[in-house]
Design a binder for this molecule. Structure first.
Ligand code: DSN
Length: 426
């Protein structure tokens, strides 16, 4: 529609609404007919979604509870305090900041406030499993701070803590960051803490991928070893997309809060803080513990299926929700496999792997995860079969019949599955 000329506002609103509504309808159809194995995707509960876009969306609450830049914040204050208390209780820490617009924003805000040069930061290399906000050269964090990096060992593709220690001793950073976006194994926080203490550095855990598994108490917590923990809220945590939490102890509380406001952000999104508050109650239920157990069990089921089909997994397998398939040995690329799987209605993402020889646009690996499909309610034995069928596509170099087999498996086994299975909420 051409909006120039004599068009009434109601016509414009209706036209925009129809276009946007149509896209929302199509996206819903897509989400229902495809399955997401993207390790960083999940579906939040209807209870959480109800509060995104609630009346709090229009409230400016710049500042912190009890100290805002505008008036009329009495309910915003209560809401934010509620979210903070729930975050502290869910993760067992003394202080929580719930305002960051994303975990990447939280990460950058902290670097900006606490670790300006000449301080140095040390993190896991991106292709070994780190995150772009941990000093990647194409990211603002890489351009503005002093970095050193550690990686995984060539023998087992897992962290070699002796090597981490010697790199730390050589570079003496002010902080060591661990965690990232494609490391399938658990991190020994106690060992990382010992290394950090030896050089008088802080330990910062980016928990974005495994925060839900920690809240669900199925893997060890970074506390009491970590000084700072950051996380997004939408991966295994199964909360609203767009939002970061920063967790720490009282000692760093003031600096952390200053890092977010006024250090980097303006007013927070109060409707998202409402959704985060609901999430932070949900993760403390028995149902969430059960969900987290199933996420781990289903990742192991995928592992069994993939190994049975002959696929090679980075580090040999997984101890979390996430698996990384090494495609270099099959002569194919992450880009090609991602496209073939999409033909079978399976959504994944190409991903660099340790010691990759391909550029990131092609990538020698494919990353998958079990969190989203567990939320939808797929059973453990179906995860095993899914793993076998994905493995068959990989090992046959995208044979047409193997892709067709996978497509019919998806149609038969996931048709009618809701995006969010009600069994996961109390
Ligand atoms: N951190 C990115 C990922 O793991 O996919 C996006 O959240």
């Amino acid at each position: 529609m051409n909006y120039n000329g004599n068009v009434k506002m109601s016509d414009v609103t209706m036209a925009v609404d129809i276009e946007v509504s149509n896209l929302v309808r199509l996206e819903k159809q897509r989400q229902l007919s495809q399955i997401s194995l993207v390790a960083s995707e999940n579906y939040s509960s209807p209870e959480i979604r109800r509060f995104e876009g609630s009346i709090f969306a229009d409230k400016n609450a710049e500042g912190y509870p009890g100290n805002r830049c505008v008036s009329g914040c009495e309910y915003a204050d209560q809401l934010e305090n509620l979210a903070i208390e729930r975050a502290k209780s869910a993760f067992g820490c003394e202080h929580a900041n719930v305002q960051a617009m994303s975990a990447t924003v939280a990460n950058f805000a902290i670097m900006n406030e606490l670790f300006q040069p000449p301080n140095g930061l040390m993190a896991m290399r991106l292709q070994d499993g780190g995150h772009l906000s941990h000093g990647a050269t194409f990211h603002a964090s890489g351009r503005n701070f002093r970095w050193s990096f550690y990686g995984v060992s060539e023998t087992d593709e897992q962290l070699d803590y002796d090597e981490v220690r010697s790199i730390a001793l050589e570079n003496r950073p002010a902080v060591i960051i661990c965690g990232g976006s494609s490391y399938p194994r658990l991190i020994d926080y106690e060992k990382m803490h010992q290394i950090a203490r030896e050089i008088d550095a802080l330990l910062w855990v980016d928990l974005a991928h495994t925060a839900g598994l920690v809240a669900g108490r199925v893997i060890p917590s970074p506390f009491p070893h970590a000084d700072i923990v950051t996380t997004s809220t939408h991966k295994t945590l199964r909360g609203p997309r767009g939002g970061g939490l920063i967790l720490c102890n009282e000692r760093l509380a003031k600096q952390i809060d200053r890092a977010i406001f006024p250090g980097l952000q303006g007013a927070p999104k109060m409707d998202l803080i409402a959704a985060r508050a609901v999430l932070l109650a949900e993760v403390q239920t028995d149902q969430f513990q059960e969900y987290s157990r199933d996420v781990l069990r289903n990742a192991k089921a995928l592992e069994r299926g993939l190994l049975c089909a002959g696929a090679t997994l980075v580090s040999g397998g997984t101890s979390s929700h996430l698996l990384l398939i090494n495609l270099l040995r099959c002569g194919t690329t992450g880009n090609e496999i991602e496209k073939s799987l999409l033909e079978a209605q399976v959504v994944t993402n190409k991903n660099p792997i340790p010691f990759d020889t391909l550029p990131p646009s092609k990538a020698g690996g494919l990353r998958i995860g079990s969190a989203a499909l567990t939320t939808r309610g797929l059973a453990e034995e179906q995860f095993v079969e899914l793993g076998v069928m994905i493995g068959n596509v990989v090992m046959s170099d995208r044979n047409h019949n193997r892709v067709a087999d996978l497509r019919s498996f998806v149609n038969q086994n996931t048709r009618g599955l809701p995006l969010f299975n009600r069994k996961w909420v109390a």
